[in-house]
Write a protein that binds this ligand. Structure first.
Ligand code: HEM
Length: 423
């Protein structure tokens, strides 16, 4: 684990293994020593750590969201040609458009996808939670047995695909996510991401074709057959959005739930706030997002040359906005290292800010609240097992656990029992 004293700002990288389990001391040092950091990552990029800078640049039109070529930049120029075919697929993602072209696509998705319909969402989420937790008894890996499959099943169902396919879709989506989470990408990583992208696209295309023949509906067929102010997607574009929803939704939700379970274990007196009422739970979820920020940075590219606080940023340079650090900035949050499930106001940046803020924010909030509520009401004595070390994700794009063992039948500590009795 890194301490402020021994960390060299030049060693900051998404793939630095020393930072992965606990990047927060390094962020604190970067905020005080080098908050607008020039990095060698992606052939030369800027990394910003302070809340004020991250919040300002998230809404700055001099930066573009079109970063479909970012993974390729991790390779030497001579090795990029083999992967040129992934760029047109990624280029279709709503997330990579700017201005009115972005807004038109986003509005269309808002209107035709069930991501935003509370009744549909709560039914699908609760059925998926119950299906998973009905199998629970004793010790479990809360990631493998709950936090990983849950969002995958939910999004698979919202796409209109058979839920049993969730594992396959999540595996493809993990390989695509890796391209945007790690900075030290190898040719093999790019090949795995490329194969996953093509396999996922052809799965969705085939399914949409079948649905069109039988008159069934999937998210892709809705995005292509329905129009919003005369705008509609082609099949290729709709498949790209469906992949994006899976990629963008599965990995961070998994980490958010895992990080919350871990943080609650270290702070048992606050557990009751998760089960007490819908309102206390909603406030708590915001603090889990701030304190355990799953998406650690948001990427942009400079659309033009410009100067920001004395730093000359050149067109085409990647700009990585570290929301994971901004969310722990004492200039914005009193006692930022403390998990305070009653914290208000809580203007965290975990779901972004501005026109590109997370399109799945409603789903994230509802799903996380329901997941934690079900876990803690079904298993009030749930504890993290100390003898089995948790396993962290391997890059600093996404922060959380790939494995976290819990015991549903462990004894609660005395202070928690006392608190429950008092409430
Ligand atoms: C804990 C879970 C999640 C976190 C932390 C998260 C975080 C984020 C962040 C930080 C952004 C802003 C990116 C930017 O400014 O460029 C974003 C955008 C986006 N998110 Fe999420 N997200 C989560 C879950 C989801 C889910 C469940 C979905 C959908 C099923 C989703 C779909 C998207 C999409 C499509 C965008 C791009 C929006 C646009 O550019 O207009 N996310 N998310």
């Amino acid at each position: 684990m890194v301490t402020q004293v021994e960390f060299d700002p030049a060693a900051f990288s998404l793939s630095n293994p020393d930072l992965i389990a606990d990047p927060y001391p390094a962020y604190a040092l970067m905020r005080s020593a080098d908050p607008i950091h020039r990095s060698a990552m992606y052939g030369g990029s800027w990394v910003l750590f302070a809340y004020e800078d991250v919040a300002a640049l998230l809404c700055d039109p001099r930066l573009t969201n079109n970063r479909a070529t970012l993974p390729l930049k991790a390779l030497p120029a001579g090795q990029r040609a083999e992967f040129a075919d992934i760029v047109p697929v990624l280029d279709n993602w709503v997330a990579f458009f700017d201005g009115s072209r972005h807004w038109m696509r986003r509005r269309h998705m808002n209107q035709v996808c069930d991501l935003f319909t509370k009744d549909v969402l709560t039914r699908v989420i609760q059925e998926s939670i119950d299906m998973l937790l009905d199998r629970w008894n004793g010790r479990h890996d809360v990631i493998a047995d709950f936090a990983r499959p849950l969002p995958a099943i939910v999004i698979t169902r919202l796409l209109g695909s058979p839920w049993e396919d969730h594992e396959k879709l999540a595996a493809w989506s993990d390989r695509i996510a890796y391209l945007f989470g790690a900075s030290a990408l190898t040719v093999d990583d790019l090949r795995a991401g490329q194969a996953a992208l093509h396999a996922f696209a052809s799965y969705l295309r085939e399914q949409a074709h079948e649905a069109m023949c039988t008159g069934a509906t999937t998210m892709v067929t809705r995005m292509t057959s329905e129009t919003t102010r005369e705008f509609s997607f082609t099949v290729e574009e709709a498949c790209a959005q469906a992949m994006l929803l899976m990629f963008a939704g599965v990995e961070p939700t998994r980490y958010l739930i895992g990080n919350a379970v871990h943080a609650l274990d270290a702070s048992p007196r606050q557990r009751r706030l998760v089960t007490f009422s819908e309102r206390t739970r909603a406030i708590a979820v915001e603090e889990f997002l701030r304190h355990g920020t799953p998406v650690q940075y948001i990427g942009r590219m400079a659309a033009e040359d410009f100067t920001y606080k004395g730093h000359r940023i050149e067109a085409g340079q990647p700009v990585l906005l570290y929301v994971g650090s901004a969310n722990r900035d004492a200039a914005q949050f009193p006692d930022p290292e403390v998990l305070d499930l009653t914290r208000r106001p809580n203007l965290h940046l975990a779901l972004g800010k501005g026109p590109h803020n997370c399109i799945g924010a409603f789903l994230v909030r509802v799903q996380t609240a329901m997941a934690l509520h079900s876990l803690l009401t079904r298993f009030p004595d749930l504890r993290v097992v100390k003898e089995t070390a948790p396993i962290s994700n391997t890059n600093l794009g996404f922060h959380g656990f790939n494995s976290l063992t819990v015991d549903t039948s462990a004894q609660r500590p005395d202070d928690q029992v006392g608190l429950d009795a008092a409430l």
